[in-house]
Design a protein around this ligand. Structure first.
Ligand code: NAD
Length: 230
């Protein structure tokens, strides 16, 4: 069976990384226009770098939870063809045992030169004094994260996988940020089964919804799939 899994902030919530739109979500504490748009970066790059330095440190200190680990077991089993697409910018899928994840919103652990477009691994804090290792310009470093108003990465690959899958599973995403929010419609149009695993149903057009925290619902579903009852 070919399975495509879309994950969102809810998957990492129990690892201690805040979601965006829940009651104590990040966007209630920070102004999205100031910290997650190219315009916000142009206005105040130091504030933006500091925001992501904080999130990078939080992500580095967090550990994958039972849901990331269950997805790692599903991939490692090789029983099914599994594609994981994530909106998360942390690396908890990778540390939970899934090496090849399509990070459509980029990664906290990569830097991008706003001048020449060079991308490089970056686990430390970023500062406005940093130079790009390719073009050597100073003051153009930013996290390699897709901000609001920018085009998500590797979308063609994501859509191609969804159009040909047998089962599409959405985990811990509110379905409010496009284009990922439209993935379930693509899967449904293509005739795939659709399943949502979420603390609370998002209201999307899923054929089946299982509600509960990711750390219990995801391992339960993976166990079903691995025993042939998915
Ligand atoms: P969102 O905040 O809009 O929605 C979070 C969803 O997670 C909700 O549907 C909520 O019901 C669910 N949820 C909360 N706790 C849960 C739990 N314990 N178990 C299962 N589900 C739970 O987040 P989203 O839909 O991913 O929004 C997309 C944007 O959020 C993306 O741009 C993404 O990059 C960003 N984001 C990423 C991270 C991260 O990388 N860890 C953290 C916050 C936000």
């Amino acid at each position: 069976m070919s399975i495509v899994i879309l994950t969102g902030a809810g998957l990492s919530a129990e690892s201690g990384l805040g979601t965006f739109r829940d009651a104590d979500g990040l966007w209630l504490k920070f102004d999205l226009k100031e910290v997650a748009t190219p315009e916000g970066y142009a206005r105040d790059p130091v504030q933006v770098l500091d925001f992501y330095n904080m999130r990078r440190r939080n992500a580095a200190e967090a550990a994958p939870n039972a849901a990331h680990q269950a997805l790692g077991r599903l991939v490692a089993s090789d029983r099914h063809e599994v594609t994981i697409i994530t909106q998360n910018i942390d690396d908890l899928h990778e540390r939970g045992g899934t090496p090849n994840v399509n990070h459509i919103h980029g990664s906290l652990f990569e830097a991008l030169c706003a001048d020449c477009g060079h991308v490089w691994p970056h686990r430390e804090d970023m500062t406005i004094e940093d130079a790009c290792p390719a073009c050597e310009t100073i003051g153009t470093v930013r996290p390699n994260i897709v901000w609001f108003g920018e085009v998500p990465y590797r979308m063609e690959e994501a859509v191609a996988a969804i159009e040909t899958c047998d089962l599409f599973v959405s985990i811990g995403t509110s379905g409010t940020v496009y284009p990922a929010a439209g993935f379930v419609d693509i899967a449904d149009d293509a005739g795939a089964r659709t399943l949502e695993l979420n603390l609370e149903a998002s209201g999307g057009i899923f054929g089946e919804v299982r509600e509960g925290p990711a750390s219990s619902v995801v391992p339960g579903w993976v166990a079903n799939v691995l025993s042939g009852n998915g």
